[in-house]
Design a protein around this ligand. Structure first.
Ligand code: GUN
Ligand code: ZN
Length: 431
């Protein structure tokens, strides 16, 4: 069905190349008076406002000086942890046992799961996140709740049943067989429906037996079109535990690889304390790593080396890791990535930060031809950012000498008040 053409006017930002390997001002193309034309859920054209054809009957929305860009892609999060985000004082394994597992157990109630899914997407959209890649809980109904909510909002969204058959409470544990059966049934039910993508999801090696990892590896071999997501090398205690649980394995990555869980479509959260062999193998395979900076400081995990990983040619995305992460906001997440990069002595440029939160995450998902950028033919998931959303930001951005100086205060100090508008699948989100 043909829908009316919309023309959005404002400043526009799109990426012609990766700003980690191409000079920023070539990689990032900014129009001070730009336009994006959209119809039938797709972007028709992007360019200078005076160069875009405005067909008769087009609906024009003028956002003034606000910045029109691709919606954020949060490449690793746990929507079931929405209600326990910002829980105090533990390190990873204690944090999981004290806060996370009890909350995830509550999603056994499908009504509660629906309530949390709705709450999660309300918050994500208010922060300009148009694609979320989430872990569900081990309950199949939590996957249904998430996908139904995303579907009703026309979102492109990813999730999978989080499989765990050991080192977790009874109420959350499945088995190797039920993990395979339930994941397969959910995959067949949801994958490729509208804009939804099923992700095969072992939580991490400590909570899966070798049999369960192998069962999920077998499922992935049957469905190589799907992504596989998990965690790797987040904290030192976790890595030591993996060595005890898998004494035959060369390293953490090997626990996945020997069970058929390493490939180009694998997405590994955290990846902070990798060995040289693991880094080389991830690069060779072309698997994705997802940087979760607010989580890494909040749980005390360590400092991901974004610049070094990008210089190695790794596929790197950015994520909140809600609720290990302490914010739903990808702006706050970019700010944390910047701060960690400072601690490494390699400050990331604003163009690199925005690229990671959009194109970088899309590359990890193998979706960079569809989402994460403004270009003709891409899906029209857009964010309109107010670059003067608070008095503190406004007084700073008005004295900026160039575009990047005008954007950086919003990256560092912005929150959901900076979200002026969000478009999903070519339609404005009403809030
Ligand atoms: N490792 C295994 N599960 C989790 C989780 O839920 N959050 C984080 N941050 N790390 C994990
Ligand atoms: Zn996580």
């Amino acid at each position: 069905m043909n829908t009316a053409t919309h023309i959005l006017l404002g400043q526009t930002l799109r990426f012609a190349a990766d700003p980690f390997s191409t000079p920023f001002d070539t990689a990032a193309q900014v129009e001070r008076r730009g336009a994006v034309a959209i119809a039938d859920g797709k972007i028709l054209a992007v360019g200078a406002a005076d160069s875009i054809d405005v067909p008769q009957g087009a609906i024009v929305t003028d956002y003034g000086n606000a910045l029109i860009m691709a919606g954020f892609i949060d490449a690793h999060l746990h929507f079931p942890q929405t209600a326990m985000i910002a829980s105090w004082g533990k390190r990873l394994i204690d944090w999981l046992n004290s806060y996370t597992f009890p909350e995830e157990a509550r999603l056994a109630d499908p009504e509660y799961a629906r309530d949390i899914a709705k709450r999660y997407f309300d918050i994500a959209l208010s922060n300009g996140t148009t694609t979320s890649v989430s872990f569900a809980t081990s309950h199949p109904a939590s996957v249904d709740a998430y996908f139904r909510e995303a579907q009703s909002r026309g979102l492109r969204a990813f999730t999978g049943k989080t499989c765990m058959d050991r080192n977790a409470p009874d109420t959350l544990r499945d088995t190797a067989q039920s993990a395979y059966d339930d994941s397969k049934a959910l995959l067949e039910k949801w994958h490729g429906r509208d804009r939804l993508e099923y992700v095969i999801t072992p939580r991490f090696s400590p909570t899966s037996t070798p049999d369960q990892l192998a069962a999920l590896g077998a499922l992935w071999a049957e469905h190589p079109e799907c992504l596989m997501q998990t965690h790797i090398s987040e904290q030192h205690e976790e890595i030591e535990w993996v060595q005890e649980l898998f004494p035959q394995s060369r390293d953490y990555l090997d626990t996945y690889e020997t069970h058929g869980l390493l490939g180009e479509r694998a997405v590994f959260g955290h990846a902070i304390h990798l060995t040289e062999r693991e880094e080389a193998r991830l690069k060779e395979v072309g698997a994705g790593m997802v940087h979760c900076p607010t989580s890494n400081t909040f749980i005390g995990s360590g400092i991901f080396e974004t610049a070094r990983m990008k210089a190695q040619g790794q596929r790197v995305g950015l994520a909140t890791d809600t609720g290990g992460g302490s914010s739903f906001s990808m702006l706050r997440t970019m700010a944390a990535a910047y701060e960690l990069s400072q601690l490494r002595g390699t400050p990331l440029h604003p163009a690199q930060l925005i690229w990671l939160a959009t194109c970088g995450s899309a590359q990890v998902l193998h979706m960079d031809d569809k989402i994460g950028n403004l270009a003709a033919g891409m899906e029209a998931d857009l964010l309109v950012l107010d670059l003067a959303s608070t008095p503190a930001i406004s007084q700073r951005s008005t004295r900026a000498n160039d575009f990047w100086e005008a954007v950086f205060p919003t990256i560092m100090m912005g929150d959901d008040r900076a979200t002026k508008a969000v478009w999903v699948g070519g339609k404005p989100v009403q809030n």
